[in-house]
Unconditional design. Sequence first.
Length: 101
Amino acid sequence: RLCMSLICGHDVLLFFDFMSLPQVGRAADGTMLPRTLEETDVFMRCLSNMGVLYSMFPVLICEEVIDGAATYMESGWCFSELSTAWLGKQLDRFSSASASV
């Protein structure tokens, strides 16, 4: 369906939340690298609108994580995103297999 949307000239919104928003980093020695003040401002302004994205636009859930990381559903943030998309009925188009909230 995504290919059909692109071919038909419909707008497509791609938003990778983790990669699109400034994150707290970690140095090679494990030391936490906090966001700068500007990054924190951007993060907080975006955070207040995240529910709109997940409840109003079709959502594709990518549950794959690297070995040794917590599973997708063990993350409170991921569970919140999934729940918001499920409540907004936005999982049907791309993530029907993930709709097991």
